[in-house]
Design a protein around this ligand. Structure first.
Ligand code: DC
Length: 222
């Protein structure tokens, strides 16, 4: 039976950095489900569809063929045959993904894909609903969070390091808005699964969080 680790939490909590690290150490596959929702949002934007127009998004989502391939150990998301990894990390796509991911038909399609991936392989999967909806029987569930100020600061540092000029207050505002939408939507809202372990990473280093998860994983195996 494959060992499945589910990591959920709000944007900027450090999920992908940590999940990637833990997967590398364990030689598991890392599955970034947010990238799939981003690819779907990109599909809608490319077609000129308003991401808030749920009815049209629901009708059109079947035209998006989304798949995952691993190239040199890196997860690559393909949208209708094109590797879109470099196109899904913009603010526009972040905002659109948070809207299109509220649509039931979108979720049904992507959840199915995620469940298929975890069926036969050891995975570390991160997202918003992994422990609650995608892998409710996961062997280890982590709910990772951090204060909105700390999360905004991490994003700010990332952007300014890339030479992008931005304001911390604006980023924090966007993060709070995104949390609101992710936590209050009808379909699989972001929430801590009852059997998930809460990790507040506000005052922890990446190494500390990764070690904590690896220790929990070893405990589960005994
Ligand atoms: O983790 P991320 O920022 O790349 O996710 C982009 C958006 O996709 C985010 O607003 C929430 C949504 N998402 C989701 O609804 N369910 C998931 N399992 C992963 C992401």
């Amino acid at each position: 039976m494959p060992f499945n680790i589910a990591i959920d939490g709000p944007a900027g909590a450090g999920k992908s950095t940590i999940a990637k690290k833990v997967a590398e150490q364990l030689k598991y596959i890392y599955v970034d489900t947010g990238a799939m929702y981003r690819a779907m949002a990109l599909y809608m934007l490319n077609k000129g569809i308003d991401p808030s127009d749920s009815e049209t998004v629901a009708k059109e989502c079947d035209g998006a063929d989304i798949s995952i391939k691993y190239i040199d150990g890196l997860q690559c998301v393909f949208l209708n045959g094109e590797n879109v990894n470099d196109k899904i990390r913009t603010n526009e796509v972040s905002d659109a993904a948070s809207k299109t991911s509220t649509v039931k038909e979108v979720r049904r399609k992507l959840v199915h894909l995620q469940q298929e991936l975890a069926k036969s392989t050891d995975v570390v999967m991160d997202g918003r609903d992994i422990g609650t909806a995608v892998l409710p029987a996961a062997d280890l569930k982590i709910y990772m969070t951090a204060s909105s100020r700390v999360r905004a600061r991490r994003r700010y540092d990332e952007l300014t390091a890339k030479g992008v000029s931005c304001r911390l207050v604006d980023i924090e505002k966007e993060i709070i808005e995104r949390d609101e939408r992710d936590m209050n939507r009808e379909e699989s809202p972001l929430k801590q699964a009852e059997d998930a372990i809460l990790l507040d990473t506000s005052d922890m280093t990446i190494e500390e969080v990764a070690s904590a998860i690896l220790a929990l994983k070893s405990e589960r195996e005994v």
